[in-house]
Write a protein that binds this ligand. Structure first.
Ligand code: KIV
Ligand code: ZN
Length: 566
């Protein structure tokens, strides 16, 4: 018998708006952002931040570009009061930043909050009471009229207490949250907000922020968007309000909820860095902002040094940003899978060669450099990786551009190693494998010394003569050959030394570093007709003529080793 526990849950009842308009809209500008890290985020921590941590966090939020920051709940505790007073008394709040303080719609708490904000320049006073059907039933045992009364009493008191502060020059604005908005009947939500607008005296010039929380995310994001569209349409004094959303992430769709709410008309978003907050957290503002960035929209927040922000966040909150967290997680720009690596490899090559001004790399929705993550490995190698991955590592870490035909040969070798050790291998180890397998194969054949001579006839045709000394185990012998270039001459010279069974298949070369001390790399592919196998050899030398000779001998030595040792 399958478990039937699901039967005790009441499904969400969506708003019915068949003429909804939000699904055909697109996001084309950044909303007003408000960080609630220091309040909603902080109150959800196992160990809330201490004063120094909060101040450091506040400074980081300012640097990121937040212009509205909820700094706490000053009437709730001494530490909350202290952070606010420290920010004000130490003049730490830039003139273009507004601090926001939260307070329940209760008289004594409102009065204490007014004491706490004394001396601040720009303040949003954020008051709330809960309006949902569930809270009305099980917590307040009140009808909607009583809930509206709580909100309007608070609004009236706040309006009265504001007067002297505003007269003294404080830029004081108001925010009202019908807490658990998404669990409230929309007509009731619109009604209570309208009453608050009227009581507090909001106007088109002095708008109130109406913040509509998904205090507990209880529906699909499209249902929340419908609620926002419905609410906006049914709010009589819509022009006196800034519509703000405050999504939580209980269903794991906080980001989608926020994005759809923006389509539905929300103008402001409250959330936290990396989605810290009660239970599953608040909406992650980093993700929402960077999602905009990848659509060519300026998010007006700067996450171009995400690793520093993450370091500060983890240190101050003692929370951990998971490795798969969008944009910030350790692994989000890393491909292990072979086909992904191949496509990334081709994409970065396309970017280099085409000079496109756009970011066009498969499997990477954003350029890691835009988050300051350009030095991290995009491709890491384990047993899931393919031929392109090892080649990418050789190119990006060590400057070797392996010929396309050579990549499967080397990829196979790397795969054997990863299968053997059963875990990821580091770039250094990949390079060691490469060197051991293709470069450092100096036996049994070894070139001891050599010289080239070039002669050009009257028609301008030149011929190169190679003469050199080669050692084969204990035997040393001289070879000589002619050809139309150094490689041809060398190959002809050794052919006469019982090596006529090799055919020259492929050759390429390049320099590894720029400047006078650049090193040449040569890749040679030979076919050994004794077993019809293909052998690659690689030579590296500061002498541009020597690298291919070493590569040829390396391929020949590999063939010898293959026949004698395998
Ligand atoms: O989640 C919520 O409803 C809140 C309110 C106090 C805005 O944090
Ligand atoms: Zn919240």
């Amino acid at each position: 018998m399958l478990y039937k526990g699901f039967r005790k849950y009441i499904p969400f009842k969506p708003e019915h708006i068949p003429d909804r308009t939000w699904p055909s809209k697109t996001i084309d500008h950044a909303p007003i952002w408000c960080s609630v890290d220091l309040r909603d985020g902080n109150q959800a921590l196992i160990d809330p931040m201490n004063l120094e941590e909060k101040l450091e966090y506040f400074n980081t939020l300012v640097k990121i570009g937040f212009k509205e920051i909820e700094v706490g709940f000053p009437s709730a505790s001494e530490t909350e009061y202290e952070i606010l007073r420290t920010l004000i008394d130490r003049s730490m709040i830039p003139d273009d930043v507004t601090i926001q303080v939260l307070v329940q719609a209760r008289e004594h708490l409102i009065k204490k909050t007014f004491e706490a904000i004394d001396g601040a320049k720009n303040v949003i006073l954020h008051f709330y009471n809960s309006t949902s059907t569930l809270q009305r039933k099980v917590v307040f045992h009140a009808e909607m009229d009583g809930i509206i009364q709580i909100a309007t009493d608070a609004a009236a008191l706040i309006r009265k207490l504001s007067e002297p502060l505003i007269a003294n020059g404080m830029n004081l604005r108001y925010e009202y949250s019908p807490e658990s908005f998404s669990g409230t009947e929309m007509d009731n939500a619109a009604l209570i907000c309208q009453k608050v607008i009227e009581t507090i005296g909001a106007t088109p010039d002095q708008k109130i922020i109406l913040n509509l929380p998904a205090t507990v995310e209880g529906s699909m994001p499209n249902h929340y968007a419908d609620q926002i569209e419905y609410f906006i349409r049914h709010l009589p004094s819509r022009n006196c309000a800034i519509i703000s959303v405050h999504p939580h992430n209980d269903r794991g769709t906080g980001v989608a909820t926020t994005e759809m709410a923006l389509l539905a008309g929300a103008e402001r978003v409250e959330g936290t860095l990396f989605g810290n907050g009660e239970r599953t957290g608040n909406v992650d503002i980093v993700t929402v902002a960077m999602n905009m960035f990848t659509q060519g929209i300026d998010p007006e927040l700067d996450f171009s040094h995400i690793s520093d922000i993450k370091e500060m966040y983890e240190r101050c909150t003692k929370m951990v940003v998971p490795p798969r967290q969008p944009y910030a997680g350790e692994l989000v720009f890393t491909a292990f899978s072979g086909s992904h690596q191949d496509a990334i490899n081709k994409g970065t090559q396309y970017m280099r060669e085409s000079n496109t001004p756009f970011w066009e790399v498969p499997y990477l929705p954003i350029d890691p450099a835009d988050l300051g993550r350009e030095y991290e490995p995009i491709i890491r190698i384990n047993s899931q990786s393919g031929k392109g991955g090892a080649a990418f590592v050789m190119q990006h870490h060590f400057g070797f551009n392996l010929p396309k035909n050579m990549q499967p040969d080397f990829g196979q070798l790397v795969q054997l190693e990863t299968d053997k050790i059963g875990k990821e291998i580091e770039p250094e180890r990949i390079n060691t494998l490469f060197q051991q397998e293709y470069v450092d194969i100096a036996a049994p054949y070894k070139l001891l010394k050599h010289a080239f001579q070039e002669t050009t006839n009257a028609e301008g045709h030149s011929q190169v003569t190679f003469s050199g000394t080669i050692q084969h185990t204990d035997t040393i012998f001289k070879v000589c050959g002619k050809g139309n270039g150094p490689i041809d001459a060398f190959f002809n010279a050794i052919k006469d030394e019982k090596m006529s069974h090799f055919t020259f298949m492929d050759y390429s070369s390049h320099a590894i570093s720029d400047g006078s001390d650049s090193m040449g790399v040569a890749y040679i592919q030979l076919r050994d007709h004794r077993n019809e196998k293909i052998y690659w050899g690689v030579g590296t030398s500061h002498n541009i003529n020597l690298a291919p000779l070493q590569a040829i001998l390396s391929a020949i030595n590999r063939s010898w080793i293959d026949r004698h040792e395998n």
